[in-house]
Design a protein around this ligand. Sequence first.
Ligand code: 5AD
Ligand code: SF4
Length: 525
Amino acid sequence: MKESELKPQKPEKDYSKYFDFSDAKVLSRDENTTTYRIKGRIVNINSAPDHKQEKKRGKEDIEVHYDFSIPEELRTMGIGKRYLIQTYGCQMNEHDTEVMRGMFEQMGYVSTDDRKAADVILLNTCAIRENAEDKVFGELGHLKTLKTEKPDLLIGVCGCMSQEESVVGRILQKHAFIDLLFGTHNIHRLPHLLQSAYFSKELVVEVWSKEGDIIENLPKKREGMRAWVNIMYGCDKFCTYCIVPYTRGKERSRRPEDVIAEVRELARQGFKEVTLLGQNVNAYGKDFEDIQYRFGDLMADMSKIDIPRVRFMTSHPRDFDDHLIEVLATRGNLVEHIHLPVQSGSTEILKRMSRKYTREAFLTLSDKIKAAIPDVMLTSDIIVGFPGETDEQFEDTLTLVKEVGFDFAYSFIYSPREGTPAAGMEDNVPLEVKKARLQRLNDLLAANAREKNEQLRGQIVEVLIEGESKNNASVLSGRTRTNKLVHLEGPKEWIGSFIQARVTEAQTWYIKAEALEKPAQEAAV
Ligand code: 5AD
Ligand code: SF4
C-alpha cells in the first residue's frame, strides 16, 4: 500500500488530547504501529492502556519467540557512545534495566554513571505510587537543562509510567524535549527505537497496550553474585488500588524448560543466588494449556540445580498452595524466606482491595508455613489509609502484624492511581491521620524486627559475603539465607563466599556476627 493511500486515522486509543490529528500525516502502518508525522514530529503509536478494555482479557495465545537478535546494521550504532539508565521502582524494573543494558552493550555502547558524559539517558520509571512519578517528573526538569547544553543527547522515558495515558500526555505536552518514549512491552524494540530517534531526530513514541509475546534470548547484563530471573510477566489479580495489571499486562508464564536452562547457565557462570521474579509468582503456569506445571513444580526443579540459593518475589497469599509449602520445606537451596504481602489486617478492607482472602485465611496460611518451616522469615507489604479505612480497621492491621511477627515489611500510604477502581472510592481519611498510622505501623515493625534479631543472638548462620560495608571498609557485609543483613569482620578475599558465623549483636535492621571458619568455597564471581 502506498503512503498516500493511508488516510490519517486515529489510533485505537484517543490521543487527540495531546496531538492535533487534523494535521497528521500517516507515514507507515503495520500490524502493530502507525507512524505519524504530527506538527513536525515523528510519532509511532500503537495504543496506550485502556482500563476498561484491559479487564476484559481474553485467552489470546501468547507466542514464545526464540529468534531475537539485534540486526547486524545496528550492532555498531553505539561505538564510541555512552549510555546511562536510571531505574526507579521494583526488581522487575531493575531486571528490565539489565536487559536494556545487555542490548546497549551488544550495540557497542559503554556504560557511564556520569550524566554529563552520556550520549543516551533512559529513565526506567515506576508508576506504583504518586511519589514515584513525582521523582521522574523532577528528574525530567533537570534533564531539560542538560539537553539544552548538549542537544545531541538522546533522552528516553520507559517503564511503567509510559504505559499510562495521562502520563504520556503530560510528558508530550510539558517535556517535549525528550526523544523517546516506550512502554514495558516494547523493551525488545530498543535498538530500532534508538535508530529511529537518531535518524528522525524527532520524538519517537511506542507504547503497545496489548502485552507482547514472550521474547526469549534477550541479552542481559548482570553484575555481582546474585541474579534475577523472570519466570512470568504481568498480573491478572486486579487488586483495586494497583496499576500493575494495566502497566504490565496479562499474566504470561515463561516455559519451565527456558527458566531451568537460564538458572543452570547462571549456576555454571558462578552466580551464588537467583531470585525468581513475577508480580504474582503463585499464578505461575496457570496459563499453560498443554501441561500441568505450577510454581511448586518449578521450585522442586530449582532444588535440583546446583546453585546455592533460590529465592522468589512476590507471592500472593490467595494462591499459595500446600504443594508449594511442602516443596519449600525440603530446604536445600530453597531458602527460608517468603515475601508475602498482606496489605491489610482487616477483612473488610481486604474485600474492598479485592485481595480475595480474609484476615483469618492469611493467619491460617502463615501458621501453616511456620509449622512446615519453623525458622522461616516472613516479610510483607502493607498499605495504610486505604479509602474509608477506620481506626478500628487500622488496629486490625497492627494486631495482625504482631500476631504474624513479620521480620520486615514495606509500608505505604495509599496513593490513588488514575483509572483503578479504588481511585473512584470516597477517600475520607485525612492525610494527617494516614501519616500518623504509617508512623505507628513503622514503630511496630521496627520493634518486631529488633525482637526477631535478638532471638538470633548466639545462633550460627550461613552468610553470603557480598562486599565491604558501606560505612567501614574493614567490615564485610552479607546476607543470611533468610535475607537478613549481616556485618562481620574479615578480609576482602571472602567476598563472594559463604561462611558460617555466630550472631553477636542485634540491631533493628541488621545483625553483627563473627566468622567461625574460613570460607568453604573460593570466590568465583
Ligand atoms: N498505593 C500505595 N501502595 C501501593 N502498592 C501498590 N499500589 C499501591 C497504591 N496505589 C503497594 C502494595 C504492593 C507494593 C508493591 O506496592 O503494597 O504490594
Ligand atoms: Fe498489584 Fe500485586 Fe495485586 Fe497484582 S497482585 S494487582 S501486582 S498488588
